[in-house]
Design a protein around this ligand. Structure first.
Ligand code: GPV
Length: 831
């Protein structure tokens, strides 16, 4: 099989998708039926939440049927499948998407309308399933959508967090976190599967047992046991030819294990044990790219990996007895290093429980696991303290030592006597506080390791793992990220989707390359008008939401300039902020300063313990307060920071954007996926040559984007020379005045210095992310944006050229790349 090449028209997906037979009358009946028989209420009494519930249950009648068919099909053929292990699945809402994928959206819209209800309002009742932090978790969600759409046998495995990512609000401009309660009153999309419960040992000690044949084996005597209860969420592919599952594990106390305490009359102690066990799946760690070395996190990782590996082996054993077949039937994809512990867990089961020979077990592991790297940031690479490991997972530590011992022999053979190579490649980092390096364990074991965009994958080879690359020259590969066009165009931007249906045919939904059909017509006045009218409508919709959420009035005639992503210094929201301050200053210095009205829109959560990120949120809110209430800017400048950015809010933002801010320091954003969602929806990108921006420029043409700033090579060079932010500060008066402004109490009346630490980190702190170095170039790019927007015909043409050229960034293409270059998967659609 040839490796999948980027844009080639190869999306062999479902091209003609048969409608599921269902009339509006039948759907009405099904929904009313669910209200009556499922919820014990009626159309008179029901509130919108109940209507939402009833609609979900009506939809599930179709979903479950297709799910059963899919499972019978996969099990009957004992198909090879991919198991996508991820600590995060940022699913968002499911109703609208499921309806689109079942092609029941229109019918349901009509049915509800006949019942006096609006489907969009009903969809808005659904709480987001926010079981993820950001890009990494949302990528997993797009991937399982594409896997099902393409008809691949696949299971997503994760944790059934009781509380997903915290809800964010602002108090005097500062971020406040509240628990997320997505399933407080149950959730219609999940099915509990007690028949597939798993048991997970933890803590305790390892015993060596000597066998009669003179050999020996290890027995792990656990100090505690957890019960893993699986909850399945059906994943409906577009056209419903496949309904896969996302299996999420909930932790409970293992009654069998607590029996002694219970019998001894320790009722209260037993209850306390129970609640301790339940904390394991209680809450998602809210850190993005900043691992927290807490015991509970390690326990979470092991808990879900142990459940998942056992579940995978249980399915395998239903049809197989020959362990050499495991790698024919099973691929396990590790979404970053978070599920790495699955590797020693599989070794443990094969060696200690199945009693396979070590070398045989190791050869199996090396054919089963593949690993995706999502970052180069050194602080983001997971390392666990050996002491903690020994306490929680004593047997796994032994196994890792043995893997490492054998691997060090390989390193010695390649670089005889070179201890520095051994130190660098060792899975165990030596020192006072010895550490287990999870990324090293992944690279040593996995048969493929991939980065998530071309430049990132190159840097993985040259900068992150150069020695591993020398040792395993075919192991490191690239699979550029993508996003599902079902959620990120069809469902979230129905008007633009309808335009594309008319222009290129409705099957763009499964073959995004088809959008290229509009490229030759980018100058067509009628098309431009339709395109820009849609954008305007979407902006008006967003303006209402902004008013609702913040009280700020914005004009849909202004340029909507949006930066939405986690708050991180490397993503440089602070650079955007500096430019906003410069515009504000220009307007104050010259009341007639000529600029197209601009609305800067932000959405971002900061990790609760990330001080500088929280300061940047605070600063932006304070700046917004000032700017939005300053008559002198005459409405030319507005700044809004939307609270509680999440998938469902993103769906309202991407379609309404004119400008997409993708301004990370070159070399630091592995890929980005928001960049893709913006461009597909017709926003123009202001961005650095980083991550997938580079490949977008290849597809779209860099001349149709606002590329600025230092390249990866230039960043390296500048850092090597010794970067001094003060050089830029003293040489650029505007930049200096903007930064000095932060030292006053202008934005925080009565509290001078409240924003000074941002300035400090950009000057004395060394400006690690080169904001000052890129400032002038960024500011210039914004002048070009302003100039171009004045010519609406040119703008429309560019927007069409951007959107139409995004075919490559369909997650179906990413999945085809994984399927052919890593997973060796075959499609098994049910019809
Ligand atoms: I590592 N990413 C993330 O969202 N969380 C993480 O903990 C880590 C990486 C992101 C990268 O920052 C993005 O560039 C990338 O597009 C995304 O993962 C998906 O690959």
């Amino acid at each position: 099989k040839a490796p999948a090449k980027s844009t080639a028209k190869k999306s062999s997906a479902v091209n003609k998708v048969p409608e599921i037979e269902c009339t509006s009358k039948q759907m009405q009946q099904a929904i009313v039926d669910r209200l009556h028989k499922g919820l014990g209420t009626d159309a008179e009494k029901a509130n919108n939440k109940a209507w939402w519930n009833a609609t979900c249950h009506a939809v599930n009648e179709v979903v479950f049927d297709k799910l059963t068919q899919t499972q019978q099909n996969h099990s009957g053929q004992d198909t090879r499948s991919v198991n996508y292990l991820s600590l995060e699945f940022l699913m968002g809402r499911l109703l609208s998407n499921n309806l689109h994928n079942l092609q029941l959206f229109k019918v349901t819209e009509e049915a509800l309308k006949a019942l006096g209800k609006d489907l969009y309002e009903i969809c808005d009742e659904e709480p987001d399933m926010a079981l993820g932090n950001g890009g990494l978790g949302r990528l997993a969600a797009c991937f399982i959508d594409s896997l099902a759409t393409l008809g691949y046998p696949a299971i997503g495995y994760g944790i059934h967090y009781e509380h997903g990512l915290f809800a964010q609000s602002f108090q005097d401009g500062r971020q406040i976190e509240r628990p997320d309660t997505w399933r407080e009153y149950g959730n219609p999309w999940e099915i509990c599967r007690p028949e597939s419960i798993q048991h997970v040992p933890l803590y305790g000690y390892v015993e060596t047992v000597f066998d009669e044949d003179g050999g020996s084996h290890k027995v792990w005597h656990a100090g505690q046991k957890l019960k893993g209860v699986p909850w399945d969420v059906p994943i409906v592919g577009y056209g419903a030819k496949t309904v896969n599952i996302l299996r999420l594990w909930e932790s409970r106390a293992d009654e069998a294990f607590d029996w002694d305490v219970f019998n001894a009359g320790g009722y209260v102690d037993a209850q306390a044990e129970k609640s301790k066990a339940e904390t394991v799946s209680k809450v998602l760690y809210p850190n993005d790219e900043t691992p927290e070395g807490k015991e509970l996190r390690l326990v979470q990782q092991y808990f879900f990996c142990a459940c998942s590996v056992k579940d995978i082996l249980r399915r395998f054993k239903r049809h197989n007895t020959d362990w050499t077949k495991l790698s024919d039937k099973v691929a396990i994809q590790l979404n970053d290093t978070h599920p790495t512990i699955a590797i020693p867990e599989l070794m443990r089961i094969l060696v200690d429980e199945e009693r396979l020979d070590w070398d045989f077990a190791w050869s199996i592991c090396q054919k089963v696991f593949a690993y995706t790297n999502h970052t180069l940031l050194p602080e983001a690479l997971e390392k666990w303290s050996v002491a903690l490991f020994e306490k929680v997972l004593p047997r796994h530590l032994e196994i890792i030592y043995e893997i490492n011992r054998q691997f060090m022999e390989v390193v010695e053979a390649k670089w005889p006597g070179d201890d520095s190579k051994k130190a660098k490649l060792s899975i165990i980092e030596e020192g006072d506080d010895r550490k287990v390096c999870m990324a090293n364990l992944c690279v040593v074991t996995a048969y493929k390791v991939n980065g998530v965009a071309a430049v990132h994958s190159e840097l993985v080879k040259t900068d992150l793992f150069p020695e591993y690359h020398e040792l395993f020259p075919t192991k490191l590969v690239n699979v550029t990220n993508g996003v599902t066009p079902r959620r990120w165009l069809k469902a979230c931007n129905p008007k633009l989707a309808a335009l594309y249906d008319d222009e290129v045919g409705a099957d763009w939904v499964v073959n995004l390359d088809k959008l290229r059909g509009v490229l030759p017509k980018a100058k067509d006045v009628a098309l431009q008008k339709r395109f820009m009218d849609i954008k305007k409508d979407n902006k008006i919709e967003l303006a209402k939401i902004i008013k609702d959420l913040t009280g700020v009035e914005v004009s849909a005639d202004a340029i909507f300039d949006i930066q939405i992503k986690r708050l991180h210094e490397y993503k440089r929201q602070q650079l955007n902020m500096m430019h906003i301050l410069a515009l504000y200053k220009r307007l104050l210095d010259n009341p007639d300063y000529d600029m197209v009205p601009r609305v800067f829109i932000f959405g971002a959560k900061a990790a609760p313990g990330y001080h500088m990120a929280k300061q940047i949120i605070y600063a932006l809110n304070k700046i917004a307060d000032k700017v939005n209430n300053d008559e002198r800017v005459k409405g030319k400048l507005k700044v809004v920071f939307l609270p509680n950015y999440r998938v469902s809010l993103a769906e309202k933002l991407f379609p309404a954007a004119d400008i997409s801010e993708q301004i990370s320091t070159a070399g630091l954003e592995a890929s980005g996926t928001g960049n893709m969602k913006f461009a597909i929806n017709g926003a123009l990108t202001v961005g650095t040559m980083d991550g997938a921006n580079i490949e977008m420029a290849e597809e779209i043409g860099a001349e149709h984007m606002f590329i600025f700033g230092l390249s990866v090579a230039e960043v390296k060079e500048l850092k090597q020379q010794g970067y001094n932010p003060f050089d830029y500060y003293y040489n650029n008066p505007e930049l200096k005045s903007v930064l000095d402004w932060l030292d006053t109490d202008y934005f925080t009346p009565g509290h001078p210095g409240a924003l000074s630490d941002i300035k400090r980190s950009l000057l004395e702190g060394g400006d690690e992310y080169l904001c000052l170095a890129d400032y002038a170039s960024y500011s210039e790019a914004h002048l070009k944006i302003d100039a171009m927007y004045r010519d609406q015909a040119v703008w429309a043409e560019k927007a069409i050229l951007n959107s139409g050229a995004m075919g490559k960034f369909n997650s179906d293409r990413s999945i085809e790349d994984y399927a052919s270059t890593i997973w060796n998967l075959t499609k098994h659609p049910i019809s």
